[in-house]
Design a binder for this molecule. Sequence first.
Ligand SMILES: NC(=O)c1ccc[n+]([C@@H]2O[C@H](COP(=O)([O-])OP(=O)(O)OC[C@H]3O[C@@H](n4cnc5c(N)ncnc54)[C@H](O)[C@@H]3O)[C@@H](O)[C@H]2O)c1
Length: 468
Amino acid sequence: MNNQSVSRRGFLQTSAGFLAGSAAMIEAYKSWAAEAAPAAAGAPDDRPFKVGLIGCGSQARLNLMPAALRVPGWKFTAVCDVLPARAQEANKIAGGQAKIYDDWRVLLKEADMDAVMIVTPLKFHKEMVEEAFKCGRHVFCEKTMAYDIPSCKAMLKAQMAAGKILQIGHHLRYHPLYHFAKGHYIDKGLLGKINNITCQWNRNGTWRKPAEPMQGVDFKKWGYETEDEVLNWRLYRKYSGGLMTELASHQLDIMNWFMEDKMPEAIVGVGKIDNDDSKMGANLPKRDIFDNVHLIYEYPDGIQLTYQSITTNSFSPFGEAFEIIQGEKGTLIMAHLSKLCGLFFLEPGVQEQLWMPAAHREPLNSPNVIHKEHKAGIVLNGTPSPGTRLEKVAGMDIVDLVDTATASLKKATYEIELTGFKQSVLDKLNPFCDGMVGLKSAVPALLGLEAMEKKIRLEVPKDILSLA
Ligand SMILES: NC(=O)c1ccc[n+]([C@@H]2O[C@H](COP(=O)([O-])OP(=O)(O)OC[C@H]3O[C@@H](n4cnc5c(N)ncnc54)[C@H](O)[C@@H]3O)[C@@H](O)[C@H]2O)c1
């Protein structure tokens, strides 16, 4: 699943149908793809890559920056945050060489950079991305793509008009587990007819961030009404989609990919609020966003997807987050945050396939095997065996990315994701997780939220992806 080969097939095949009226853009991508010289196999790509960062919060400083700085040649030349302490901290992480901005518009206009990363609250993605394209910048924008579906489409149109790269931060698209699971279980039809999918992401935490000193910060200038909104934007519906855009969108994105980009036909769901903010401190405003969600999605071909995410109990048989795909012949369990990573169980009586020794087998008495009562089947750890040559992710061989003995990653998924972004920008290749993927992943997340808020069985319009 080479990001470079995806660039040609991915953009031209998956997007062409939707992008009616964008022939010029498709032609532009064709010529980029034709010009692109694939990196020499095995050669480290240490070409310099200068990046500006807007939004220096948790995701930027804890996950993206450390991973980016492990990508050879990567340098942060500019950082921006409305909170000066965070911008200064980001600059420290960057090695103290970045120019610090408080105004993102100025950074976009004048920073010396090959691309910009937008890692701000959901509500601001659209205007920042649109402005970045106006300024002729390539863009990495964190997930979820945007606050609502029209905003996602506006961002795609801006990208097409600018002819620049847009990558959306659904980093699980770059996780070798999912590439292996799709290529070797789903695409090979090992599960038989799929009827049920269950996804869960449970945590135990208030989701509230503690107050920080904000003297001198003109938060109103940046679109916020209170200090708490700057820090805790996730708890306010006017800035965020809550669990649906923070957690569910990751798993719905992977399931979209596994279902060949089918969109749901209908959605029902119930959301509620479990956390009582008034018990967390004097005069704290109450959140107005669901922190407990349960949904059922009806997909074409009789596939039903059940989704659950809660914030007051983290119990899970597979570690915080998991996806279970149940077919008539077998069950695939993926749990990217857990040590066991991926498991496959054959249904009783189903024949083992010849290729299966390519995957790691767990003995039935392994502590990783939870469903020991499933004795009639075999259990495979969903990671490749050493020596198995497989697809590539962002130009890197899956086998080289996974420690097959322990099923852990040798390179963090963010590093793989950002290696892909650098390649896309410098070689003018469409990213594996491009704006169209961002839109398709936003649809089930945002419409799921709408179904819960309106308390309806929401029928998804057939032309939901149309850009017309
Ligand atoms: N891929 C993932 O797994 C993942 C994980 C966490 C967050 N995210 C995404 O990353 C984005 C940011 O989330 P976070 O957890 O870092 O939030 P955060 O609140 O910790 O950080 C956001 C930062 O943006 C800054 N900011 C807000 N408005 C700004 C403006 N107008 N100009 C400049 N800076 C501004 C804030 O001061 C803050 O430092 C969100 O889209 C979120 O969904 C992705």
